[in-house]
Design a protein around this ligand. Structure first.
Ligand code: PLP
Length: 373
């Protein structure tokens, strides 16, 4: 079965490069090539000059896999499979793990492929709803109630898109226990990991938490290098990895050689990369705090706990789809209506990982002053 259109990606295809400013992007400000190459040591600089543009190791370059493994506690290079972005990893995982006799549990609202790929594979997918009134917290009892004897996969995303929510440790531990007891596999989309506002609240990685647990990672979001299209699956379940590798032979086969090397350079300099990226988010958050304080009664949000996005709500009596369209046409500023996430609560996604967020927010605010007051 063909998956339904990916509503968010179709919307971005329409607006992303036409809008002047994205106030909804989920990736941190993209790095320039020159900035990444400046991070390279002598050896990698030489490797860049001598790089040959042939096919690459279909599992991912061994050095890159070792650098990715360094993000985890119990993972080695052989527990990593490199994909072209997290999207390909999701596509592979859900196709390999789910078929017509299977069931999975996925939260809502969420990044669409985390449920849609399983549906297209013929599986039944139960959605566990996140509620703003509960601060978008994941209710583990709702997950438990959704489990069936044929549940193969519990799919979560921490920190979460679009809410910016992050489960607390007891919640995560309960999910780990539930997965271990039920035999369902815990798959954690961790593309916003390392952007937790309080690093002490960072959760263990899915791949570290359980022998068959899975982590999905990517260079796009926290690391600010979406154009590399380098993502990965980490798991100690080697049988799953080899099924995934066989699946990938029908999608991209292997990753791009320049991208693999640039990802390696960035991961070797991870502390510097993340210092720059977390500083951008940290500078933007107080501006959003001020905005929501000034506009209480018109806009509200549950302050995110991590990542580079949050899910705000337009309380004025204007449908968010119309507000979005009028806003971008009038000001060039793009927000993302919650309807793209099947949300009916007049929410919209805000992104705060970009350096022009202050200017974009100013334009939103003056537009709101003209049209909503
Ligand atoms: C939760 C989540 N997972 C996966 C992806 C896909 O990442 P990429 O575009 O780097 O493949 C995204 C992108 O927005 C996302 O938000």
């Amino acid at each position: 079965m063909r998956p339904r259109d990916f509503a968010l990606e179709r919307f971005f295809a329409r607006w992303e490069f036409e809008a002047e400013m994205l106030l909804c992007a989920s990736d941190v400000e993209g790095w320039a090539m020159s900035e990444v190459l400046d991070l390279a040591d002598e050896e990698d600089r030489r490797a860049w000059q001598d790089l040959r543009l042939g096919y690459t190791d279909s599992h991912g370059d061994p050095q890159l896999r070792a650098a990715i493994a360094g993000l985890y506690e119990s993972i080695s290079a052989d527990d990593i499979l490199v994909f072209s972005g997290a999207q390909e990893a999701i596509f592979g995982l859900h196709n390999v793990l789910l078929g017509p006799s299977d069931h999975s549990v996925a939260v809502r609202p969420a990044y669409q492929s985390l449920a849609e790929v399983g549906i297209a594979a013929g599986a039944q997918v139960s959605r566990v709803e996140l509620h703003e009134a509960d601060s978008w917290k994941l209710d583990t009892e709702a997950v438990r109630a959704a489990l069936r004897p044929n549940t193969r996969l519990i799919q979560i995303n921490e920190p979460q898109n679009p809410t910016g929510g992050l489960s607390d440790r007891p919640t995560f531990d309960r999910l780990v226990e539930m997965a271990a007891e039920s035999g369902a596999r815990l798959v954690v989309d961790e593309v916003y990991r390392f952007l937790e506002f309080d690093p002490d609240k960072r959760l263990p990685a899915g791949a570290d938490a359980l022998p068959n647990g899975v982590s999905i990672g990517v260079m796009s979001k926290s690391f600010g290098m979406a154009g590399l299209r380098i993502g990965w699956v980490a798991t100690r379940d080697r049988e799953l990895l080899s099924r995934l590798a066989a699946f990938k032979d029908y999608t991209t086969i292997c990753a791009s050689a320049p991208s693999e090397l640039l990802a390696l350079v960035a991961l070797k300099a991870r502390d510097r990369v993340m210092a720059r990226n977390t500083a951008i988010v940290a500078a933007n958050m107080p501006l959003l705090d001020g905005f929501f304080a000034r506009w209480a009664g018109t806009f509200e949000w549950v302050r995110p706990l991590g990542g580079s996005i949050g899910f705000a709500r337009l309380l004025a009596d204007v449908p968010v789809d119309r507000f979005t369209e009028d806003l971008v046409r009038d000001t060039g500023v793009l927000i993302l209506p919650g309807t793209l996430f099947d949300d009916t609560g007049n929410h919209f996604r805000l992104g705060f990982g970009r350096t022009n967020m202050p200017q974009a927010l100013e334009r939103l605010e003056s537009y709101a002053a003209r049209t909503l007051r």
